[in-house]
Ligand binder design. Sequence first.
Ligand code: PEP
Length: 251
Amino acid sequence: MRRKIVAGNWKMNTTPAEGAELLKGVAALKSTIPADVELIVGVPFTHICCVKDAAAAAGIAVSAQNCADHESGAYTGEVSAKMIASLGAKYVILGHSERREYYGETSQTLNKKMALAYEQGLAPIYCVGEKLDEREAGKHFDVVRRQIEEVVFHLTPEQFGKMVIAYEPVWAIGTGKTATAEQAQEIHAFIRKVLAEKFGAAAADQTPILYGGSCKPGNAAEIFSKTDVDGGLIGGASLVAADFIAIAKAF
Ligand code: PEP
């Protein structure tokens, strides 16, 4: 049985006090979701301290949304993997399309971040996904394969065993346009096949692959019903506790 995960990506939303309230709302409803569904909240760096105790008490894991590509030193404005891990976060989202697009993150940058995250015991939630023109040109399989080969294939089997993958078609993120359940299944199965080429079928079969992109309470059940979809990375809907929880109940 693969792990089932619903992870929120709060992005650059909420003040720390509002984030603490949001976490409280999620924690209050957590007992209503199936016991085998793991909840993760991907919060801004400034919020980790404010949510970590309540999250731990409720059995909710905390994730950062990024980390620096250097260990420490003169990198003004950056936040290291060590800082994040020392606050008690367990995960870090890496390779989100907004980071790739607005901050020029390449596979080379991501390889450095991955290495530092693993050194600090953080488990990466690694995002892959194609843009609209790439999907329309039928290149989505090639794009996703490259994003995996250039980053995930550099991991050791032990590191790979801790990774969570999120397939997030860029055209579905924050657009209200979601991939169909069939489209999600097709590419999740493809991702698993690519992972199996490098790490073997058994390891690939254990890897949680989440779907992200306008996932909401109304469409989560259909998407999560697919064999190779192990949950979701949720942006907008994770900012409303009841919606986030409703998605976690959708398995
Ligand atoms: C995301 O950015 O990870 C995401 C899935 O966003 P949304 O759910 O808002 O499309």
